[in-house]
Design a protein around this ligand. Structure first.
Ligand code: AMP
Ligand code: MG
Length: 422
């Protein structure tokens, strides 16, 4: 990242903060994301879901010994004939974990099982389906090739080669790979600390009774869930009323305690005014109206060194803006490189969708196999940005680009698959 400040960058860019395209906002935020630098060594099981802070170099060859890829016999390839059977004498066996100690000479072979060490002298394995044993005399079919069915030492991974690169998110496969190398500990980035609070005079915490015009604060729960799934350390700061002094204190406390501060509500027109003044004093923040639905207002910046995301208040907008902007940013701050994107692919839309051109829409959809075996997607019903049920039922976003208008049934649309990613 260059040394340019957020304020300078936002002035230099030829964008309209009142109609900011989704891709442009994403790219803008991207420029200010440097991963946390502190690292910690952990036993590999504790590394699950975390990000490797350095390359893991293989301390061994994988496989460590030349071994057989088949159950069969090991011999010298030169003893086999291209166009006739060959009969050799079995002089011992090499099973996985119990190698044959000796050497295989001309005219000899060794019974071998998958994973068994290929003995000295031998260079070829014939699978048992191509052989006939009578006592210790074994006859092999014609047409074998020297070197076949032998896995060479270091064939999968050479001693000293990079087995896993810095930035890799550790999944079950990585745990197994590390274990297969005999690596018991790895260096990972420390978890990202994320503080969040909800703003709004109408919000009540669950457990209390609702007065007229009041609603339960749900955003703190979705945000808690989304952050926890990403492996962040969460700091839930509760509900903060729409009061400049309380908000100022909340922003100060949050930014001192965390790497990232996330708020919901209070960034829409009207409300944004005093929040704008406040954040202008505490740091550098840009306020955008993103050309998207749901999730129009979005604020991004830094407050006292912490990254700040001011999400809209509507519950669905919170989730959409989190997944479209915040998730990727947090993963980058956690050190992930590359950041795994949501799988996105075309699917046939089975219903009519209402859509106005000029903004990107993220409608909630249910993706399933269609009658023809291809992917088919249907909207979850009412798409209001306050209807959390539409998020709960959805397993994908139907992404309708800026230029797209109404969609007729049978049209191919782009979907972002959420299952397993959220
Ligand atoms: P705002 O962006 O603050 O104007 O909020 C937009 C809409 O989202 C309003 O209807 C709010 O009542 C609602 N809202 C804001 N914050 C929350 C929250 N934490 N939980 C549920 N709804 C909320
Ligand atoms: Mg509000």
């Amino acid at each position: 990242m260059n040394a340019q400040s957020i304020a300078q960058a936002s002035c230099a860019d030829d964008y309209d903060p009142n109609s900011m395209p989704v891709d442009k906002a994403r790219a803008f935020i991207h420029r200010f994301l440097e991963p946390v630098s502190a690292t910690v060594r952990v036993p590999i099981r504790d590394a699950l879901g975390r990000v490797l802070a350095g390359d893991v170099v293989s301390p061994v060859d994988v496989p460590s010994h030349r071994n057989s890829a088949m159950d069969g016999w090991a011999m010298r390839g030169a003893d086999l004939k291209p166009d006739a059977e060959a009969t050799l004498e079995e002089i011992g066996s090499s099973f996985a974990g119990r190698p044959f100690g000796g050497s295989v000479g001309p005219g000899q072979c060794v019974r071998i099982m998958t994973g068994g060490v290929v003995p000295e002298g031998a260079d070829t394995v014939v699978m048992q389906e191509r052989a006939r044993a009578e006592g210790k005399r074994v006859t092999f079919a014609a047409g074998q090739k020297t070197g076949q069915n032998v896995r060479q030492a270091g064939e999968d991974l050479k001693h000293g080669a990079v087995a896993l690169a810095k930035g890799r998110i550790v999944r079950p496969a990585e745990l197994g790979l590390l274990a297969s190398l005999g690596v018991g500990e790895v260096s990972v980035y420390r978890p990202l600390r994320v503080a969040f609070f909800s703003t709004g005079d109408e919000l009540k915490s669950i457990g209390s009774t609702l007065g007229e015009g009041e609603i339960y604060d749900s955003n703190r729960y979705t945000i808690h869930g989304m952050l926890t799934r990403l492996g962040c350390e969460v700091l839930d700061m509760g509900v903060v009323r729409d009061d400049p002094a309380l908000l100022e204190k909340a922003f100060r406390d949050a930014s001192l305690a965390a790497d990232v501060v996330i708020t919901s509500g209070g960034v829409s027109v009207g409300e944004a005014d005093f929040v704008k003044d406040l954040l202008g004093r505490l740091g550098e923040v840009v306020f955008w109206k993103i050309a998207m639905k749901p999730g129009r207002p979005l604020a991004y910046g830094r407050i006292q060194g912490a990254h700040f995301f001011g999400l809209p208040g509507n519950p669905v907008s919170v989730m959409v803006t989190f997944y479209q902007f915040v998730r990727e940013a947090l993963l980058r701050l956690m050190g992930a490189d590359p950041v795994p994107p949501f799988p996105s692919f075309p699917a046939m839309c089975t219903a009519k969708l209402r859509k106005a051109p000029g903004r990107t829409e993220f409608q909630r959809g249910i993706l399933a196999r269609g009658a023809d075996g291809g992917w088919a997607v249907a909207p979850t019903g009412d798409q209001g940005s306050g209807i959390l049920k539409s998020m709960s039922e959805a397993n994908c976003f139907i992404v309708l680009g800026e230029s797209v208008g109404n969609v007729e049934p049978g049209t191919v649309v782009e979907v972002q698959f959420l299952e397993g990613m959220v």
